[in-house]
Design a protein around this ligand. Structure first.
Ligand SMILES: Nc1ncnc2c1ncn2[C@@H]1O[C@H](COP(=O)(O)OP(=O)(O)OP(=O)(O)O)[C@@H](O)[C@H]1O
Ligand SMILES: [Mg+2]
Length: 258
């Protein structure tokens, strides 16, 4: 049962997350609390555990210790060394990855209606109508019958976002969704994400695009060494970082991009 009496303001609370791959310690006691209105951008060095964090949050990875609650309800816990995941909560989270994960043998429309019909038992007509409306909204209305191979990278990512939205997520996770795109296609995907942001969709975004981070984030979290080093508004973390380690990273990233 959803426990609405606890934790009214926190949408997600991650406490003491630990995760290793063999001898590689990736998350080393990570604590993050996300409020309902937050759009969190996670930045940090390559190999620092950003993707691992999102995959854990999506319930795709086991953890060694720690717990995550969602809307005050236990979501991921470790019991007797085993990761226990509330699958109902997991279904309320959507994720889009760097590399397109569309089903290649299905049309755009079929990609969108598959999960709502198969998993949620929604009627085909209703799912198709919702899918078409989402595609129209994202400027893809005319491509409903196309197959993924016939789309540009930017179109594929917009379809991937639309597909995730079909399940009415309460939280969206984006892992470097524009990194594999040609530069001229990045803006159309970022535009869709900004539109979701304007509609108050809670999001966790991993990006190396600091300009975009500044535009979309309500909070920026710098993760390194498996812990949160700095957490604050974008003006602080990207503009005037408090911690030396954040400052070094920001200087390096802006230097590379300049
Ligand atoms: N499935 C896996 N098996 C073994 N090691 C892994 C696995 N996934 C990630 N790792 C290791 O965990 C560490 C963190 O990886 P992760 O992909 O989370 O980093 P990241 O911050 O997303 O990096 P990038 O910015 O390059 O995407 C790395 O050392 C990586 O090699
Ligand atoms: Mg990554």
């Amino acid at each position: 049962m959803f426990d609405g009496t606890r934790d009214q303001t926190a949408l997600v609370r991650m406490e003491g997350l630990h995760k290793s791959y063999g001898a590689v310690k990736v998350l080393q006691g990570l604590d993050i609390e996300m409020k309902r209105g937050d759009r969190v951008v996670v930045i940090g060095p390559s190999g620092g555990g950003k993707s691992t964090l999102l995959r854990v949050l999506m319930g795709l990875e086991k953890v060694d210790a720690g717990n995550i609650s969602f809307g005050g309800r236990p979501y991921i816990t470790v019991r007797n060394g085993k990761t226990v995941i509330d699958t109902e909560v997991r279904r309320s989270i959507g994720m889009v990855f760097q590399h397109y994960t569309l089903f290649p043998h299905l049309s755009v429309l079929q990609n969108l209606v598959l999960a709502p019909c198969k998993v949620n038992g929604e009627g085909t007509a209703s799912a198709k109508a919702r899918a078409q409306a989402l595609l129209d909204r994202f400027g893809l209305g005319a491509r409903a019958g196309a197959y993924p191979a016939q789309l540009s990278g930017g179109q594929k990512q917009r379809v991937a976002i639309a597909r995730a939205l079909m399940l009415d997520p309460k939280l969206m996770l984006f892992d470097e969704v524009t990194s594999a795109l040609d530069p001229e296609l990045v803006a159309e995907v970022e535009q869709v994400m900004l539109e979701l942001a304007a509609q108050a969709m809670p999001m966790v975004i991993v990006t190396h695009d600091m300009w975009f981070a500044r535009n979309i984030a309500s909070r920026v979290i710098f993760c390194a060494g498996g812990v949160v080093v700095e957490d604050g508004p974008p003006e602080q973390v990207l503009g005037k970082p408090i911690h030396e380690r954040t400052r070094e990273f920001i200087n390096r990233v802006f230097h590379i991009r300049a």
